[in-house]
Design a protein around this ligand. Structure first.
Ligand code: GLV
Ligand code: MN
Ligand code: MN
Length: 394
């Protein structure tokens, strides 16, 4: 798709592969400018809300019962090209399609870009939509730190953005009538079904926990086994406990350690501290995390280390609005799909009828450079989204 291809060079990550686009970095700022310019070309009125989300309005931004579509432009570290951007460019392309059809929306229509959906820099996913809806405390958000220790407040200020306005915007939420997010499929379900599209049904419960193990730094060569208090040992056990818990908590349970940070991080140094992040998903992620943290505490104790466990974000299972899902199915004639990936639609769903359209991903790979959707399927997604918006905006 031409619009997506235009973003190809933005935020390429030669070290990790794929793309790294995070709130407040150069790539993400370029994407914000790109979106503003694209929206302007379409005669849409762009505003940034108090929580760094971008809104491009066709019709009155103050009007009631708005129909909103969009997604996010940030990525995970070394991510793919479709997760997020596909929903944004499809929204813009759907606006073009509606214009070409001569549609005049009977209510305000907006394309939204939510900030830091992946939590790739500051750790909390769906940062912009959580702040907007009041499910994340703005003081906590301002103090979130990136891997270099820069706080969100500092990062925003250094970009000329305001951190003091962060917080819930109930009046804005009250003006929203429905939200529909189009997204690349994550996982491989539609290819075996031979279906290019699906309507979202549920989003599984998920969350992120940080485990910080503290031991004692020492020399890798001269420290006897008996004298070691090596936090890497309980950290390693925790990785294996996560895999074991995934096996004992049922086939929908997921437990991943994708990030682990030893301090000081020298080859010839017993670490003083190891931070690791556990991503847990499934029907009962807290029970899974209890098992993993019990193993972490046991092995930390045996090694003479301590462990501190902190939930960084927890999201309960979300059922997307059943009435809206029925409408989307009727319009698109697509089947249903549950997802184990988090989305701003899941955050919005507690406040506004929210729905999703998933576009087939032939390999199912996501959060990685090989994430893909075929052009024909992308075109089907845009057509379906335009049909949905046309109907909802009547
Ligand atoms: C976000 O895409 C997530 O599922 O973590
Ligand atoms: Mn994602
Ligand atoms: Mn996404």
């Amino acid at each position: 798709m031409t619009l997506l291809a235009a973003l190809d060079d933005v935020g390429r990550d030669p070290r990790r592969g794929g793309w790294s686009r995070h709130l407040g970095d150069d790539a993400e700022s370029t994407l914000r400018e790109w979106f503003t310019e694209q929206a302007g070309r379409r005669g849409l009125q762009v505003e940034t809300d108090a929580n760094l989300n971008l809104w491009a309005w066709w019709g009155d931004p103050e009007g009631p019962d708005a129909v909103v579509t969009g997604s996010h432009l940030d990525s995970v570290p070394g991510g793919g090209a479709y997760d997020g951007p596909l929903g944004v460019v499809s929204a813009l392309a759907a606006v073009d399609a509606l214009r070409a059809r001569g549609v005049v929306p009977g209510r305000p229509l907006a394309v939204v870009v939510f900030a830091e959906e992946e939590g790739g820099r500051f750790g909390v996913p769906c940062l912009g939509s959580r702040l907007l809806t009041g499910s994340l405390d703005p003081d906590r958000a301002r103090g979130l730190r990136d891997p270099d220790g820069v706080t969100l407040a500092e990062a925003l200020t250094s970009r000329g953005l305001r951190a003091d306005h962060l917080g819930p915007e109930p009046r804005r939420i009250a003006r929203l009538g429905r939200f529909v997010e189009l997204h690349v499929e994550q996982g491989r379900n539609l290819a075996p079904r031979g279906e290019p599209l699906a309507v979202g049904s549920t989003i599984v419960a998920h969350g992120r926990w940080r485990l910080s193990f503290t031991g004692r730094a020492d020399h890798a060569g001269t420290t006897r086994r008996a004298d070691r208090r090596d936090p890497m040992i309980p950290a390693a056990t925790t990785v294996l406990a996560a895999r074991a818990a995934m096996e004992t908590h049922g086939e929908d349970a997921r437990a991943t350690v994708g990030r682990l940070h030893p301090v000081p991080g020298g080859t010839n140094v017993v670490a003083s501290r190891v931070d690791l992040w556990l991503d847990a998903r499934g029907p009962l992620p807290r029970a899974l995390v209890d098992d993993v943290t019990a193993a972490a505490r046991r092995t930390a104790d045996a090694e003479g280390c301590t462990v501190e466990v902190r939930a960084e974000s927890v999201s309960d299972e979300v059922t997307l609005d059943p009435g809206l899902a029925d409408t989307l199915s009727t319009i698109t004639r697509a089947g249903r799909l549950a997802t184990a990936a988090g989305h701003d639609a899941g955050v919005l769903a507690a406040h506004v009828p929210a729905g999703m359209l998933h576009v087939r991903n032939p390999t199912g790979i996501s959060h990685a450079p090989d994430e893909h959707a075929e052009d024909d399927d992308v075109a089907s997604g845009v057509r379906a989204l335009a049909d949905v918006l046309e109907e909802l905006c009547r």
